[in-house]
Design a protein around this ligand. Structure first.
Ligand SMILES: CC(=O)N[C@H]1[C@@H](OP(=O)(O)OP(=O)(O)OC[C@H]2O[C@@H](n3ccc(=O)[nH]c3=O)[C@H](O)[C@@H]2O)O[C@H](CO)[C@@H](O)[C@@H]1O[C@H](C)C(=O)N[C@@H](C)C(=O)N[C@H](CCC(=O)O)C(=O)O
Ligand SMILES: Nc1ncnc2c1ncn2[C@@H]1O[C@H](COP(=O)(O)OP(=O)(O)OP(=O)(O)O)[C@@H](O)[C@H]1O
Ligand SMILES: N[C@H](CCC[C@H](N)C(=O)O)C(=O)O
Ligand SMILES: [Mg+2]
Length: 488
C-alpha cells in the first residue's frame, strides 16, 4: 500500500481535484479488475477509451482516478488526477508503486523486428550459468531463476511489468533481460523504467497495421534508444541499414556488432551447419549450438552485451558455446526411417522466413527437397501476407499455405491474400490446405529420404486461435505424430 501523492512523483500533472493524501491498494488500467481502494488509470486505447469506464471503476471501489480528460461531474471521496498523458503516467506510477524495481537490478532491453526472444533468452541462460540469479521477460515465457511464469505479451503492460520486476528484486535477481516490442514503446509500457542497456537486432517489415508506415516503425524503435540514460549502453547491429540511425540521438554509451564490417564486436562465420555455428569472435574461435547466420548475429549481440556488462570474454564464450536457443526457434527433429529433417521455427515475418530458408538451403548436402508449411496471422499486418508467400515459394521446392492464428478473420481469405503474392511461374510449387494438421501431414507425405520440412510461424505456441477460440496445437508434436503415423 502506498500514498497516492508519492505514487505520482515525476508524473506530468495538469490538475488535482480531491485529497491526494490517500492510500492506494493497487493500480489498474482495467475497470473490470478494480477493487476497493484502487487507483484507476483511464487510457485511450486502440479499441476502447478507458475514460468511458471511470464511473464503473468508482462503483467498484476506485478512490483515485487518473485521466487526461476530467469527467463533467466529480464525485466526493474520489481524488481525480488530470495528467497530460495517461500512458506515460501509468508507467511512472507503476514504477513508483513497486519501489522502482528497475533501479534495483541491471535491466537490459532488447528491441528489433526479429531476434528479441532469442537474444533475451540466451542472455538469461548465459548469466544464469555464470551463477547470477536472473529474470527474463519474453514472448515464450517469463522466468525468475527456475520459476516459469506464463507470458501473455512480448512486453507486458506497465503495471504487470513492474510487478514482475519487483518480484525479481524481492527474490534477489541482479539482472533482468526483457524484450521491448514496438507496441510497448509506442504505448509507453516501459515509461519510467531505468535500463542498464538496450540492444537493437534489426528492423524489417512487420506491424504496419499498427504503425502504418515503415518510417514511423523506425521512429518508434529509435525512441527507445533516445530515452536511454548516459550510464547505459546502446548496442546495435550495424549490418542493418538502420543500426546507426538507432544510435543517432542516444545519450548512452554506443557500441556496435557486425559480421561484415569493423565494429566493437566483430564476428566471422567459419562454418555453419546442422550441428551449429563455428565462429571467430575477436581472437577466439568458438563452436556454438545455434544454427544459421541470423543466430550468429544473435550470439554477437549477447556476447557484446555481456562484455559491456563487465563480464570476462573467456568465461562468456566458454558458457555461450554450450547454450541452446529459445524454444520453437529453429528446433529440428529427424524422422527414424527416412531421416527427414522436420524444422519448427517462429518465422512470421518476410525477413525471418528468408533467413530461415537461406539457412536451410545452406544445410543441404545434395538435392534434398525443401517443403515449407506456412500461414499468416489474422488481425495483424496484412501487407506481409503476399510477401511471406512469395519468399516461401521462391526459396522452397514445394509450399503448403495453411492457417497460422486466423484470430477473428476468415482463414480462407487470409490464404487467398497470401496466394496472390506468388508469381505465375512459381504457382505450380504451391498448394493450400487450410487445416494446419492436414497441411503438415501432406508435407510429410510428400517428403522423401533426407528431405527437409519447415513448419513456420508458430514456433513455441501451444495453441491455434481460430474464430477467436484457442485450440490446443503444437507444431512440434504434430510433426512427430505425422512421422509416426506415415511410417517415415
Ligand atoms: C493493439 C494493442 O497493442 N493492444 C494492447 C493495448 O490495448 P488497447 O489499447 O487496445 O486497449 P483497449 O481495448 O482499447 O482499451 C483501452 C483501455 O480501456 C480499458 N477498459 C476496456 C474495457 C473495459 O470494460 N474496461 C476498461 O477499463 C482497457 O483496460 C484499456 O486500458 O493495451 C493492452 C494493455 O497493455 C494490451 O493488452 C493490448 O494488447 C493486445 C491484447 C494485443 O494483442 N497486443 C499485441 C498486438 C501486442 O502488444 N504485441 C506485442 C508484440 C509485437 C511483436 O511481435 O513485436 C507485445 O508486446 O506483446
Ligand atoms: N537476428 C535475426 N535476424 C533475422 N531473423 C531472425 C533473427 N533471429 C531470429 N530470427 C527469425 O525470427 C524468428 C523469431 O525469432 P525471435 O522469436 O527471437 O524474434 P522476436 O523478435 O522475439 O519475435 P516477436 O516479435 O514475435 O517476439 C525466428 O524463429 C527466426 O526465424
Ligand atoms: N508477436 C507476434 C506474434 C506472431 C505470431 C504468429 N504466429 C501470428 O499469430 O501471427 C505478433 O503479435 O505479431
Ligand atoms: Mg519475441
Amino acid at each position: 500500500m502506498k500514498v497516492l501523492r508519492d505514487i505520482l512523483y515525476n508524473v506530468n500533472i495538469v490538475s488535482i481535484h480531491g485529497d491526494n493524501n490517500i492510500e492506494v491498494h493497487a493500480l489498474s488500467i482495467d475497470s473490470r479488475h478494480i477493487a476497493q481502494g484502487d487507483a484507476f488509470i483511464a487510457i485511450k486505447g486502440v479499441a476502447a477509451d478507458g475514460h468511458a469506464y471511470i464511473t464503473k471503476a468508482i462503483s467498484l471501489g476506485a478512490t483515485a482516478i487518473v485521466c487526461e480528460d476530467l469527467p463533467a461531474e466529480l464525485q466526493d471521496g474520489v481524488c481525480y488526477v488530470q495528467v497530460s498523458n495517461s500512458h506515460a503516467a501509468c508507467g511512472i506510477m507503476a514504477s513508483n508503486f513497486y519501489n522502482n524495481p528497475s533501479k534495483q537490478l541491471q535491466l537490459v532491453g532488447v528491441t528489433g523486428t526479429n531476434g528479441k526472444t532469442t537474444i533475451a533468452t540466451i542472455l538469461f541462460r548465459l548469466f544464469s550459468k555464470m551463477g547470477y540469479h536472473c529474470g527474463l521477460i519474453s514472448t515464450v515465457q517469463n522466468q525468475i531463476g527456475d520459476e516459469i511464469i506464463p507470458s501473455t505479451h512480448t512486453t507486458p503492460d506497465a503495471i504487470s511489468l513492474n510487478a514482475l520486476l519487483a518480484k525479481m528484486v524481492e527474490e534477489g535477481c541482479l539482472y533482468a533481460f526483457m524484450e521491448v516490442s514496438s507496441h510497448a514503446i509506442h504505448q509507453q509500457r516501459i515509461a519510467g523504467l531505468q535500463f542498464a542497456g538496450g540492444i537493437f537486432s534489426n528492423i524489417t517489415h512487420d506491424h504496419l497495421d499498427y504503425h502504418k508506415t515503415f518510417d514511423e516503425y523506425i521512429r518508434v524503435k529509435k525512441s527507445f534508444f533516445d530515452s536511454l540514460p548516459s550510464n547505459a549502453f546502446a548496442l546495435t547491429n550495424i549490418d542493418d541499414k538502420r543500426g546507426n540511425v538507432m544510435l543517432q540521438n542516444t545519450k548512452a554509451r554506443k557500441a556496435s556488432y557486425s559480421l561484415r564490417t569493423l565494429a566493437d564486436f566483430k564476428g566471422k562465420i567459419l562454418e555453419n551447419g546442422l550441428t551449429g555455428l563455428f565462429m571467430q569472435i575477436g581472437e577466439s574461435e568458438v563452436h556454438f549450438r545455434l544454427i544459421g547466420e541470423f543466430n550468429a548475429y544473435n550470439l554477437l549481440a549477447v556476447y557484446g552485451a555481456a562484455i559491456l556488462l563487465g563480464k570476462s570474454k573467456d568465461e562468456v564464450l566458454r558458457i555461450l558455446s554450450d547454450v541452446q536457443g529459445a524454444e520453437g526457434r529453429f528446433e529440428y527433429i529427424v524422422s527414424a526411417k527416412d531421416k527427414i529433417i522436420g524444422i519448427v521455427d517462429y518465422a512470421h515475418t518476410p525477413d525471418a522466413l528468408l533467413n530461415v530458408l537461406a539457412t536451410i538451403k545452406n544445410l543441404r548436402q545434395g538435392h534434398e527437397q525443401i517443403i515449407t508449411v506456412v500461414g499468416c496471422g489474422g488481425d495483424r499486418d496484412k501487407t506481409k501476407r503476399p510477401i511471406m508467400a512469395e519468399v516461401s515459394a521462391e526459396h522452397s521446392d514445394k509450399v503448403i499455405f495453411t492457417s497460422d492464428n486466423p484470430r477473428s478473420e476468415d482463414p480462407a481469405e487470409i490464404i487467398r491474400e497470401m496466394e496472390v503474392g506468388v508469381a505465375a511461374h512459381l504457382r505450380k510449387k504451391t498448394i493450400s490446405i487450410q487445416d494446419r494438421k492436414e497441411a503438415i501431414k501432406t508435407a510429410i507425405s510428400l517428403a522423401g529420404k533426407d528431405d527437409i520440412v519447415l513448419v513456420a510461424g508458430k514456433g513455441h505456441e501451444k495453441y491455434q486461435e481460430i474464430h477467436g477460440v484457442k485450440h490446443p496445437f503444437d507444431d512440434k508434436k504434430v510433426l512427430e505424430e505425422m512421422f509416426q503415423l506415415l511410417g517415415k
